[in-house]
Design a binder for this molecule. Structure first.
Ligand code: SAH
Length: 341
């Protein structure tokens, strides 16, 4: 069985040819899939024989809402979706003045092992499919009734560790016959897989790249993020500079402020040094406490921010949304796993 919702329009056209159907059918099918059709029977402008042929050759699944939480503080909505094989992933809808942003997952679990992150406890179970990434946007929109204008790939998983799937997802979600969300409205966040950053740069997509930096020195970064042990901060910044040179897109650096670990003045100074000559924006994130991890939120966020700003590096402190609904990555899936143990 072929996973029909992961197929590009060109592949659907090929499928229609194989099934002896005219080419224009592929656009009809694509549109149904990207409106969230749950079965081939719903596709009423297709002939019955075609619907039957499709259900014999292709699989079509939709995620189920396992849990939905709405923040009373700011209207943030968090979904835990149950996928067709029983695994769960999280999606968060954030409501901003400039539009609604959906934060989606790219894998079930994660194998990157960052010490402060709930998503990686228990490792990676599997990659998501392009359809499963698309479904998070589609069904968040359908279930909540809020149109989605921006997407961030910042949920569970490392998107660049599921590279081909993510690229295909981008092609699908960007397509004019589908959700038609522009690349400039999409951000991808990575822990810093340098070879994949280089590959992504060469594609010259107009998306925003966020790099989860969290420390400007190898000693601290390697303690927090195992990915740093083999590559190092110098090499990471080389890829970041190259990314900017090739795409012209400013990188945004994520920096979760951890008490006594990465919030010293010398670390702010070192960060400034790394960013010299390449425009970049620093996003300071108040650490979300994870029960399994020993880290505490920093009390020096403003001082750190001022130190950066005084030296010409733009830095913003991220507003915390959904604080009452476990909205930070991996926490809801984690909770559900504990409950069902
Ligand atoms: N794997 C990707 C995307 C998922 S994580 C990446 O590493 O970028 C999304 C962001 O949340 C990353 O910047 C991650 O480092 C950060 N994050 C994870 N756990 C956090 C926590 N407990 N507090 C604050 N930020 C956290």
């Amino acid at each position: 069985m072929r996973d029909i919702k992961s197929m590009t329009p060109e592949e659907l056209t090929g499928l229609m040819a194989q099934l002896g159907e005219p080419g224009f059918r592929s656009k009809q099918v694509f549109q149904w899939l990207h409106r969230g059709a749950a079965s081939f029977d719903e596709m009423t402008n297709l002939s019955k024989p075609l619907r039957e042929k499709l259900s014999q050759t292709c699989s079509l699944a939709v995620p189920k809402v396992e849990r939905k939480q709405v923040s009373r503080l700011d209207g943030t909505i968090k979904y835990l979706w149950r996928l067709s094989d029983g695994n769960c992933v999280e999606t968060v809808l954030m409501r901003y003045h400039h539009g609604n942003t959906v934060c989606i997952s790219s894998q079930v679990g994660c194998r990157m092992g960052c010490a402060f992150c709930a998503s990686t406890i228990g490792g990676k179970v599997r990659d998501l499919t392009p359809a499963e990434m698309l479904d998070q946007v589609l069904f968040t929109q359908l279930n909540s009734g809020f149109p989605v204008s921006n997407i961030v790939l910042m949920g569970i998983g490392e998107p660049l560790d599921n590279f081909d799937t993510v690229l295909r997802f981008l092609e699908l979600v960007n397509h004019p016959d589908g959700l038609n969300i522009g690349m400039r409205h999409i951000s991808l966040s990575t822990c810093g897989l340098v070879e994949q950053i280089d590959k992504l740069a060469d594609l010259r997509l107009q998306l925003t790249l966020s790099v989860s930096l969290h420390a400007p020195d190898d000693e601290t970064r390697s303690k927090l993020m195992p990915v740093n042990r083999s590559v190092g901060v110098e090499r990471l910044f080389e890829s970041c500079r190259r990314y900017f040179d090739v795409t012209g897109r400013r990188i945004s650096y994520e920096y979760a402020m951890i008490d006594g670990v990465n919030d010293s003045d010398w670390q702010a100074d070192l960060l400034v040094k790394h960013l010299k000559g390449t425009p970049g924006h620093v996003n300071l994130i108040p650490l979300n406490e994870v029960a399994e991890s020993p880290f505490q939120p920093s009390r020096r966020i403003r001082e750190f921010q001022e130190k950066l700003e005084r030296q010409g590096v733009t830095a913003t402190v991220r507003r915390k949304l959904g604080g009452d609904i476990d909205a930070s990555c991996g926490q809801l899936r984690r909770k559900r796993m504990e409950e069902t143990k």
